[in-house]
Structure formats: C-alpha cells, structure tokens
Design a protein around this ligand. Structure first.
Ligand SMILES: [Zn+2]
Length: 329
C-alpha cells in the first residue's frame, strides 16, 4: 500500500504540535547508544516475554489491594523521599480534588496523568499499587514549576523512578508479594523493550525521519507487526507508537540505572539527585539529569543499559546480572 505522508502529517500535527514533538524527543546521541546496548543484551530474553506476562498477570491478580492501601503505600514512598515530597503528594495521591478513581474489571487497570488531574482505573489487584506510584511520580515533577513545564521525556523518568521504589518496597515485604512484584516488573519492562522495533518502524514511517531511523538499523529482533494498514486508517496510532519510544520505552530501562545510582550515592548526592530529577524547572535538560546521576559518557550510558537488562532479567538468571558501579559526580 502506498503511504500517504501528507495525511499522516496532518494527523500528527493535530495530535502533537511540532514544537512539543521536537522537545519530547530524546537526542540521537543518547537514545542511539542506549537502545543499541539494550538490544545486544536483551535479545535472548524476548522470546519468553509473553510467557512471563501471563505468569505475572496470574500472580498480581491474586494480590488484592484496596484504594486506601494503595494510597498509603505511595505516600510512604513519598515520605522516604522527604517531608516536602510527602506534603506535596497528600492532596495529589488521595481521591478527590485531583485524583479520580474508577473501578474496572480485573486486568483492565491503568493510570493517566494530565497537567491538572490524574485518573486511575483500579481492578483491586497489585497493579493498582504500581500504577498509582507511577502516576504520582509524574505529579512530583511539578513540585517547582508545575507539571506542564517539564518536557515529556524527562517527566517519564520521575514516574519510573518512583515505580522502581515501589518494586523495591514490595520486594522487601517478601513472600508472594515480592515474587508477584518481581515477575510483574520483569514482564512490564521487557514488554516495553520489545516494543522498540515497532516504534522504530513508526519512526521510519514518519516523513523526513527515514534517515534518522537508520541509526537503529541493527535492531532486527523481529519483523515488526505489519502496521501499514493500521497506520493509514488510524494515523494517530503511528504517532503514539513513535512517541512512546521517547517516553516509556526509553525511561523505564534508564530509570532502573538511575535508581541504582541513587541507592549507591551518599546523602548529599541523593539530595542533589532528587532536586534535579523532581524539582525540575523549565530549563532542566535530560543531560542535566543524566550528569547528576553519574552518566557523562557514552560508555556510562551503555553501562546503564547493561545494568538495566541485568536487573530486569536478574530474577530468572541471577548469575547474569552484571556489576554496576556508577560514578557519581
Ligand atoms: Zn508514564
């Protein structure tokens, strides 16, 4: 089928104004080496992805949670970050003024976050805990100047950082909860990584970006699903897929490494990290965040990607988790 770029562009511009699209992109020199290192390390785990997802779903379904428990859990994470985080989070996390909660059937839970509101669809399982923490992480990036001022690729780092804290807290609780959390995390993050080839396909599809897509040319894990018909029928789908590469698909694995760097840092360094990550002003760049978490060079970025894959898959082959010693400035 002949692709109609003009039609695509019209839809793209409607969905995301050009300037926002551009600002939301992770620069090639960051996303290129990071994805390439992910690819090399993750490739042998991708075939187990769907199996893992089924197992994770069954485990989290059995872990029931009430909305009050979910809220208290997230507030505890915020308390661990500091009193200002906790105070900011109280009205944000609790149902009412900003947060709307809707009950849905098992397996259909999800979260959404906008500049002035947050919506959580809860299914009463452990998923609610993860999604509530994730969405609250988005809000915390607005502590200084308001959520709407932070660029999209930066905002996702805050949500996955808090999500990483949630997984760790659940692991610390031990027993079935810890196992469910571990499987859920591995399945969720591997699914994100698995979507990268599809996103690249959407990127190549976008007018003017054919060359840009070739920087990822080696990523030939699978032939992406044949999306062309869907793209033509629903052009916003290609945009969303393309866009997600710069958001969840990038931020989830990177946040694994950032959280590890945070845990290895001393108290002063931790404060600096939290300040840069969460009190993000309109001038804060992705590089500012990477630098304060000890990522200054391509080698350190690649190291972060290797660590992320090792951590995500570590529960299945513990011996393959590589040592990760971030250098914190
Ligand atoms: Zn998010």
């Amino acid at each position: 089928m002949q692709l109609n770029y003009n039609q695509f562009d019209k839809y793209t511009m409607n969905a995301f104004p050009a300037k926002i699209m551009e600002e939301a992109f992770v620069p090639d020199e960051i996303i290129g080496p990071f994805f390439e290192e992910l690819r090399k390390n993750v490739i042998r785990y991708l075939p187990i992805c769907l199996h893992l997802q089924a197992k994770a779903d069954a485990l989290v379904d059995g872990q029931k949670r009430t909305v009050d428990e979910v809220t208290a859990f997230t507030l505890k994470l915020c308390q661990d970050l500091g009193p200002d985080f906790y105070n900011f989070a109280i009205p944000v996390c609790s149902e009412g003024k900003y947060l709307q909660i809707e009950k849905v059937e098992l397996g259909k839970s999800e979260g959404s976050c906008w500049n002035d509101s947050m919506e959580l669809k809860v299914d009463g399982s452990l998923r609610d805990t993860i999604y509530h923490a994730h969405e609250t992480g988005h809000w915390l990036s607005g502590m200084e100047e308001g959520v709407s001022n932070a660029r999209i690729n930066i905002k996702e780092l805050q949500s996955f950082f808090l999500e990483e804290m949630a997984y760790e807290e659940l692991q610390n609780q031990g027993g079935d909860i810890a196992i469910a959390a571990q499987f859920f995390r591995s399945a969720r993050y591997l699914q994100f990584i698995r979507m990268i080839p599809d996103s690249l396909y959407a990127l190549a599809w976008n007018k003017g970006n054919e060359n840009r897509a070739t920087i990822f040319n080696d990523w030939k894990i699978s032939n992406p699903t044949d999306y062309e018909e869907e793209f033509v029928e629903k052009p916003w789908f290609a945009t969303n897929l393309h866009h997600s590469m710069h958001r969840h698909l990038f931020a989830a694995p990177l946040s694994v490494a950032l959280y590890q760097a945070y845990k290895s840092a001393n108290e002063d360094q931790q404060q600096q990290m939290l300040k840069t990550l969460y009190k993000v002003g309109s001038k804060t760049t992705l590089k500012d965040i990477l630098n304060v978490f000890g990522i200054h060079t391509v080698a350190q970025l690649q190291n972060a990607a290797r660590f992320a894959v090792g951590s995500i898959t570590g529960g299945f082959e513990p011996s393959t988790v590589p040592a990760y010693r971030p250098e914190v400035c």
